[in-house]
Design a protein around this ligand. Structure first.
Ligand SMILES: Nc1ncnc2c1ncn2[C@@H]1O[C@H](COP(=O)(O)OP(=O)(O)OP(=O)(O)O)[C@@H](O)[C@H]1O
Length: 433
């Protein structure tokens, strides 16, 4: 191919006049284009379809004022995932636009697929941004190429030496403004659920959402200083100490240092352990407490997703109790149509859906330092989608830490999805007879 190209006149190819004309010692012809490998565009030999379009209407979908869900699937293994993503993205964008005017989308989406020019362009692109692994904050060492599996020794119930004993109870009760399911919150939540009204433009709706999640670093910092002060007071209380003794008996307690060290080093971490080992209640507190030891400007702001509304509420209540305070102060929860949180909330348990809705208006999760996805092994459509979105957020927010908590199944699968990030295994209790 190289020698062919060398014999062809480059002035002629560039469309310019060659001053040698017919006497030119190079050929005056357009070279044949190097054909791209488009084998993946061919349908299966058994004449089944190359791909299928699936349009779903989730429960409560306000079609035609809300777009349906769009998916492209194929039984053809040579049909790249990236092409399916490109097509689904393209069609969903169309559906979103049609929903703004309340136009039924199904027929139009099928028509879009018949537009050979656009579709062939999408199919020819075999790379998608979600197929590129996100960068880590620190370059991975040769050791971290394979999943980092840390298997720890069985637990012994020795009392850690760093817990101060015999400290006097202090009875200063700090009052932090608590906002419990205010009317404003209800209206806000209803807003984000609402159908797009014809005279409300999509741009305005996006602006409104962005305003709702706008983050004010100054008031955030001022609140941080208060939170640190209140925590010092709470830490000295008898109730806090009694709860701490219980917390220290949980298997996860022994892994506290390892988890914190790995979190500092890597952007994503998978923690897996048996049910009841203390993942949900303790790990977010490890992160929060570690940050409370430092400067108030570096206080953690954690969002921990739960697959169910009931678990978001009960875990938040339990954790608040362990911290000897009411729910809605430093620990809060948010589920659809109900939120118990305040300006002082730095550990928010919420449903996966609430975080996904927030990401619609706040795509970089401003002010959030850690996202913890709990019970990730349950593999719901929402939690899988959240991982995909988080992977995208990670590249825009390299300082955002992501922690996936899972039962022992599938831990490696999640590690692989996040470029072989480390896995911490929490051993269960050992019982001697
Ligand atoms: N609402 C609650 N009330 C009382 N105790 C609780 C509550 N939630 C958790 N606990 C206690 O905390 C311990 C740890 O629970 P946690 O939910 O953190 O474990 P886990 O490893 O996340 O388990 P799972 O995967 O089932 O959520 C439990 O064994 C239980 O003793």
């Amino acid at each position: 191919m190289k020698s062919d190209l060398r014999n062809i006149c480059r002035f002629f190819v560039a469309g310019k006049t060659c001053r040698f004309g017919s006497k030119c010692r190079f050929k005056h012809e357009v070279p044949k284009q190097i054909l791209k490998d488009t084998s993946h565009l061919n349908a299966n030999a058994d004449s089944s379809y190359l791909y299928e379009l699936e349009i779903r209407f989730p429960k409560d979908n306000q079609y035609p004022y809300e777009p349906p869900l769009v998916a492209i699937h194929s039984l053809n293994e040579d049909f790249p995932m990236a092409c399916r993503l490109h097509m689904a993205e393209y069609l969903y964008e169309k559906a979103l636009r049609l929903a703004q005017t309340g136009e039924p989308a199904v027929y139009s989406l099928v028509t879009c697929l018949e537009d050979e020019h656009d579709i062939v362009k999408l199919l020819a692109n075999t790379h998608h941004r979600f197929s590129i692994p996100p960068p880590f904050i620190q370059p991975a060492t040769s050791e971290s190429k394979k999943p980092h599996i840390i298997i720890n020794k069985p637990l012994s119930f020795e009392k850690p030496s760093h817990i101060p004993e015999g400290r006097k109870e202090q009875t200063i009760i700090a009052e932090v403004n608590k906002i419990t399911q205010t009317e404003e919150d209800e209206v806000d939540d209803l807003d984000s659920e609402a159908v797009v009204i014809e005279n409300e433009s999509y741009v305005n709706m996006k602006k409104k959402q962005a305003k709702k999640y706008s983050w004010n670093p100054k008031s955030f910092q001022a609140e941080n200083a208060k939170i640190c002060k209140h925590f010092r007071i709470k830490k000295a209380s008898k109730v806090y100490h009694a709860m701490l003794q219980e917390r220290m008996k949980l298997p996860v307690w022994q892994q506290q240092d390892i988890i914190l060290q790995l979190m500092a080093k890597y952007q994503v971490l998978v923690v897996c352990g048996m049910t009841g080992c203390g993942k949900t209640t303790q790990i977010p507190q490890f992160i929060l407490d570690a940050s409370l030891k430092g400067s108030s400007s570096c206080l953690a702001n954690i969002v921990c997703t739960q697959p169910r509304r009931i678990s978001a509420i009960s875990v938040a209540e339990r954790v608040a109790q362990e911290r000897a305070e009411r729910v809605g102060i430093s620990v809060g929860y948010q589920i659809r149509l109900e939120s118990v949180k305040s300006l002082a909330t730095r550990l928010l348990y919420c449903t996966t859906g609430v975080l996904l809705r927030r990401l619609e208006g706040d795509c970089t999760l401003q002010g959030v330092t850690h996202v913890i996805v709990d019970e990730v092994h349950e593999r719901t459509e929402e939690s899988d989608f959240l991982l995909l979105v988080l992977k995208n957020v990670m590249s825009k927010r390299p300082d955002l830490k992501i922690l996936l908590m899972s039962a022992t199944v599938n831990a490696e699968l999640f590690s692989q999805y996040f470029s072989d990030c480390p896995i911490v295994h929490i051993p269960g209790h050992t019982f001697s007879c």
